[in-house]
Design a protein around this ligand. Structure first.
Ligand code: FE2
Ligand code: FE2
Length: 376
């Protein structure tokens, strides 16, 4: 069994100093290379529909394509400053100010309205940038799945997802470029995770890292943002992306369920450890450390304050609302003396274990369906 230090590079999962010490060191580089060690697998068994659930998903994907250029209202004007102000007014209606926490005695005490607005704008630029980078991770991972998965139904389905992910990268990049006011390089924690997923030689690890962990989190984060944003173009963009993402997570759950049923305890432990590492990396990335650096405030102090606010804690937990039930469905929580359950207890996300898993939830996310709110 690995130690925390071996898994995540620190002994204490909440060691903020260690988390912040991980930074992106090549911010100006245009490309980044990762060696992948997986073997490409041909299959000569072309029997379509041998895995009916994957076949159904593939047929569904074929008729669910949309066009990011023509299906979204790109002529919608976006005023970032105005959006931050509207958001703040919503906070005010709940008795909260621009800060949504008590600023007395903190570095924020002397902040002007302009500084708060800048924070809101930077935060949005950062969030959308990281979504875009994550989408590219998905593009690369699903192309890898096409090569490495041994089943024809899965190769067929994964190929549709490659197209989906290209479209997602495209629409987030266009939104950043034409509607927002700045761009952030990939967050170092997110990049470490993407590199680990791509580098792994085992085909199911691409699925676990990307389809279950990264996409499970993305689906929850997009849902949260879709519900919160008052900007109509972004709302629609997220709605379209989510209709695809729900299928992607289902693909992961349906494929791995079959495969994990026959793995030994030792093999399962490696998967449990990988899931935990991924969960921690994603939790770390959402601290938005690069935003605080740009705002010129003491980063550690700022993060400690903000992470304690109720809105932030709710958001932070909601991110795991899809991941935990899906891990449970795959048998990852309780194998090896409940190893992953204990870890999820430690990072306080186990309460989602009995929420709906995503194996057949994708119908509910189809375009034209009414989405239920993610939070009450
Ligand atoms: Fe995507
Ligand atoms: Fe996806």
């Amino acid at each position: 069994m690995s130690t925390y230090d071996e898994l995540i590079g620190r002994d204490d999962v909440n060691d903020l100093e260690a988390i912040l010490a991980v930074t992106n060191s090549d911010r100006d580089a245009v490309i980044s290379t990762v060696a992948q060690h997986a073997e490409a697998i041909f299959t000569w068994d072309y029997t379509k529909g041998e895995r009916p659930a994957l076949d159904k998903l593939y047929e569904k994907a074929k008729v669910s394509m949309w066009n990011g250029e023509t299906d979204l209202p790109w002529d919608t004007p976006v005023d970032q400053e105005q959006l931050v102000v509207v958001n703040a007014e919503q906070n005010a209606a709940q008795g909260l100010g621009l800060a949504d926490f008590d600023v007395t005695g903190t570095p924020f005490e002397s902040w002007t309205e302009q500084q708060w607005i800048k924070l809101g704008i930077e935060s949005q630029n950062w969030t959308l940038s990281q979504f875009m980078h994550g989408e590219q991770g998905a593009l690369i991972c699903t192309a890898k799945i096409v090569e490495t998965v041994p089943w024809i139904d899965a190769k067929y389905y994964a190929s549709t997802q490659v197209m989906d992910e290209a479209r997602h990268v495209e629409v987030f990049a266009k939104y950043l470029d034409t509607k927002l006011s700045g761009y952030y390089p990939v967050n170092a924690h997110l990049k470490m995770l993407l590199d680990d997923i791509v580098a792994d030689s085992r085909w199911d690890m691409t699925y676990l890292g990307m389809q279950i962990m990264v996409e499970g989190l993305a689906l929850a984060a997009f849902g949260f943002m879709h519900q919160m944003t008052t900007e109509p173009l972004l709302k629609q963009l997220l709605r379209y992306v989510m209709s695809d993402e729900a299928r992607h997570v289902a693909f992961g759950v349906l494929s791995l369920k079959e495969y994990y049923e026959q793995l030994s305890d030792a093999e399962m432990l490696e998967r449990q450890e990988f899931a935990f590492e991924a969960a921690v990396r994603m939790r770390d990335r959402f601290m938005q450390q690069e935003v605080w650096e740009r705002m010129d405030v003491p980063v550690k102090e700022a993060i400690e304050l903000v992470m304690r606010t109720p809105t932030r804690q709710l958001f932070q937990m909601m991110l795991f609302s899809k991941i935990v039930p899906n891990c449970k469905k795959l048998g990852l929580l309780d194998r090896n003396d409940q190893w992953l359950r204990r870890r999820f207890e430690e990072i306080e996300v186990i309460q989602f274990e009995d929420w709906v898993d995503t194996s057949d939830e994708y119908e509910r996310f189809a375009l034209g369906e009414q989405l239920e709110p993610t939070v009450g």
